[in-house]
Design a protein around this ligand. Sequence first.
Ligand code: B4P
Length: 192
Amino acid sequence: MFNLVLFGPPGSGKGTQATNLIEKYKLVHLSTGDLLRSEIANKTPLGVEAKKIMDAGQLVPDEVVIGIIDNCLDKNAGANGFLFDGFPRTITQAKALDKLLELKKNQINLVLALQVNEEELVRRLLERGKTSGRSDDTSEEVIRKRFQVYTNETEPVAQHYKEGEKFKAISGEGSVDEIFANLSNAIDEYNK
Ligand code: B4P
């Protein structure tokens, strides 16, 4: 089993690259952002709460997101491997994921971190906000808040994986195809 974490700030291209990577490497895509947006679209009680938090650029509580992931791991017990996109976003989530995988005699194999400068991230998110209907992408103030949350709560997760020597930084600037080729090379190198 091969388990990959795609790491990076909001708008760094995690979702974009995940679509191609899951097809090439036959992985199950677990995007907590997509899973939460589906709860919102279905107007579930969880979705109603999550919407308020996401619209403010904050993180949904750890126990909620960990519960969602736990459920998805169980549902896909026979998978070849998982691509985690937008998760873990806090140290608590990272430790919970380690435990959940350990129970299944598995682990995170590789963490690929997309690096993009902040002005480019703002540009991409505001551009996506024009058509995506995502309310967290339309206000620059909310976007800046998401970066602040990323710096304070998510960046320390990189250190968690650096300690296990699983972490590799990849430039997230350039064309989608160039970035995909660099991510693929890193995965192929790991699996050699
Ligand atoms: P996410 O859905 O994870 O959203 P994201 O960080 O904005 O997206 P991503 O990096 O995937 O960007 P994308 O590829 O789409 O999270 C949204 C919210 O959900 C969070 O703020 C939080 O509230 C909540 N949440 C999610 N997970 C959580 C968790 N684990 N714990 C707590 N809360 C959680 O790319 C962005 C744009 O750039 C797109 O328009 C794309 O077309 C463009 N783009 C991509 N690659 C490009 C390239 N190479 N060049 C130019 N443009 C590019």
